[in-house]
Write a protein that binds this ligand. Structure first.
Ligand SMILES: O=C(O)C1=C[C@@H](OP(=O)(O)O)[C@@H](O)[C@H](O)C1
Ligand SMILES: C=C(OP(=O)(O)O)C(=O)O
Length: 430
C-alpha cells in the first residue's frame, strides 16, 4: 500500500540540497526542443511531471537523452517539430499542458493534449481563450476549458495585447510561446508579477523579451539557439525542509544551491513575517537565475497576513505554510489565494479539512484560510489525494504532531520531489 507513517523524530540538522527546480526544468526541455542546435541541461528535476514533458516532446520527434548527469536535447527549431501520432499525455502536470498549448497553437500540426483525472478537472480556458483570440484553432470539453484538447495549428497567429485576470506563470508563458510564432508584438499584463523563468530563459536562448512592471512583450518570428542550462534547487521543494526546520524544536538547517528568483521567494518573506530566523547566504547568479544557500534556525513564530502580490510568489508553498501557522502564536490570514482551488486538488479544502482533523484551529474562507495558533497537533490518517504538495505538507505536520501520522498516497511526492522521505529521515536527529 502506498503510505508513509510519520512520527516526530527530533530536530532537523545539517547541510543539504534539494532536487532541481520543476518550473525551470520544464522550460529547459521545451525551449531546448524548439531551439536550433543542442541544449545540455544540468540539475534537471527527475520528477514525474518533468519526465512527462520529455515524453511529449519525444512524441513530436525531438531527440532527448535523459542521462544520470544531464539531459541532452537535439533542438529542431519551431518549424522542426513533427506531428504527434499519439495523444500528448501530460500526466499530472499543469505546467506541461498549458505551456505546450502555447507551442502547439502556432505549430502546423494536428495534436490532442490530455492528462490524468486531476488535469481533467483543471481550468484550461485561461490559456485556450487568449490563444483563440490570437487565431488558434482549439477544441475541448466545455468550449475548450477541459481536456482533452485538440489543436489544429495550421493557422497563422496574430499578436494580441492581453490583460490576464490571473497572475499565472503558466498563462504568461503559454502566450509568450504562442507570441513567438505570431505576427506582431504580443503583450501580456497581469495583476501581480508571476514567476519569470520563461522570460529569463528565452533571453538566454537569444530571444528579445521586453519586461516591464507586471507585463511582458515579445515579437514573433525570432529564433532560439540551444544553450547549456544549469538548474538550481527548487525553492518549492526546499520549502518543506525550511518550514520543518523553522518549527521543529532546536532545528538548524542549511539548504545549499537553491533558486532564489524574487518571483519565487515568497515563502522566505512569509517565514520572516512570522518571526522565523531565515537568511540567504552566498547569493550568486547562475545562468541568469539568482541562487543562494538558505539557513534556518528554529525559534518561536507568530501569525502574519499573507496576501496580495505575495501570493503568486509562494502559491505552491501555502499548504505547508498553513501547517507552520498552526504552531505560530496568534492569527495567520491567507487571502487573495483563490488560485489554490485550481491546483492538483482544491488546496483550500484538502489543507483545511485535514489540518482540522489533526486538531488545528483553522477555517476556510472564499479565497484562503484563517489559522489561529499555537495548537498541538495529534497524529491521524490523512491523504495526499494524489496531490504532491498536500502529501508533503502533511508529512511536515506529522513531524510536529503527537503520535503517528499516516500519509496515504505518499508516493505523489515523486511528482516534484523524488527522495523526499529518505531526505527527511537523513536530516532528523533520532
Ligand atoms: O509556471 C509554472 O511553472 C508554474 C506556475 C504556477 O501555476 P500558475 O501559473 O497556475 O499560477 C505554479 O503553481 C506551478 O506549480 C508551476
Ligand atoms: C500546481 C503545481 O504544478 P502544475 O500546475 O504544473 O501541475 C504544483 O507543482 O504545485
Amino acid at each position: 500500500m502506498d503510505k508513509e507513517a510519520i512520527v516526530a523524530s527530533g530536530a532537523l540538522q545539517g547541510s543539504t540540497t534539494v532536487p532541481g527546480d520543476k518550473s525551470i526544468s520544464h522550460r529547459a526541455v521545451m525551449l531546448g526542443a524548439i531551439a536550433k542546435g543542442k541544449t545540455t541541461v544540468k540539475g534537471f528535476l527527475d520528477g514525474e511531471d518533468c519526465k512527462q514533458t520529455i515524453r511529449c516532446f519525444q512524441k513530436m520527434g525531438v531527440s532527448i537523452y535523459h542521462g544520470q548527469e544531464s539531459v541532452t536535447i537535439e533542438g529542431c527549431g519551431l518549424d522542426g517539430l513533427k506531428e504527434p501520432s499519439e495523444v500528448l499525455d501530460v500526466g499530472n502536470s499543469g505546467t506541461t499542458i498549458r505551456l505546450m498549448l502555447g507551442i502547439m497553437a502556432g505549430n502546423p500540426h494536428f495534436s490532442v493534449v490530455s492528462g490524468d483525472e486531476s488535469i481533467a478537472k483543471r481550468p484550461m480556458a485561461r490559456v485556450t481563450n487568449p490563444l483563440m483570440q490570437m487565431g488558434a484553432r482549439l477544441w475541448g470539453r466545455e468550449n475548450g476549458n477541459r481536456t482533452p484538447i485538440a489543436v489544429n495549428g495550421d493557422t497563422k497567429l496574430t499578436a494580441i495585447d492581453y490583460r490576464s485576470p490571473v497572475a499565472s506563470g503558466q498563462v504568461k508563458s503559454a502566450l509568450l510561446l504562442a507570441g513567438l510564432q505570431a505576427e506582431g508584438k504580443t503583450t501580456v499584463q497581469e495583476p501581480y508579477r508571476s514567476r519569470d523563468h520563461t522570460e529569463r530563459m528565452l533571453s538566454a536562448f537569444g530571444v528579445d523579451v521586453d519586461v516591464y512592471e507586471n507585463g511582458v512583450a515579445i515579437t514573433g518570428g525570432q529564433t532560439l539557439s540551444g544553450q547549456n542550462v544549469e538548474i538550481p534547487g527548487d525553492i518549492s521543494s526546499a520549502a518543506f525542509l525550511l518550514t520543518a526546520a523553522a518549527t521543529v524544536k532546536d532545528s538548524h538547517l542549511r539548504v545549499n544551491n537553491v533558486g532564489v528568483n524574487p518571483t519565487r521567494t515568497g515563502v522566505i518573506d512569509a517565514l520572516l513575517a512570522m518571526g522565523a530566523d531565515v537568511s540567504l547566504q552566498e547569493e550568486r547568479i547562475v545562468n541568469g537565475e539568482p541562487v543562494a544557500d538558505i539557513v534556518v534556525k528554529e525559534r518561536p513564530l507568530h501569525g502574519a497576513v499573507i496576501s496580495g502580490a505575495l501570493i503568486p510568489r509562494l502559491i505552491d508553498e501555502l499548504p505547508v505554510l498553513a501547517v507552520v501557522a498552526t504552531q505560530a502564536k496568534g492569527e495567520t490570514v491567507i487571502k487573495d489565494a483563490v488560485e489554490l482551488k485550481y491546483k492538483e486538488t482544491n488546496r483550500i479544502d484538502t489543507t483545511v479539512n485535514q489540518l482540522k482533523q489533526l486538531g488545528a484551529n483553522i477555517r476556510a474562507t472564499e479565497d484562503g484560510m484563517v489559522i489561529t495558533g499555537p495548537t498541538p497537533l495529534t497524529g491521524g490518517e490523512v491523504n495526499s489525494f494524489q496531490d504532491h504538495r498536500i502529501g508533503m505538507a502533511f508529512t511536515i505536520a506529522g513531524l510536529i504532531a503527537d503520535g503517528e501520522t499516516v500519509i496515504h498516497g505518499a508516493k505523489a511526492s515523486d511528482i516534484s520531489y523524488p527522495g523526499f522521505y529518505e531526505k527527511l529521515k537523513s536530516l532528523s536527529q533520532s
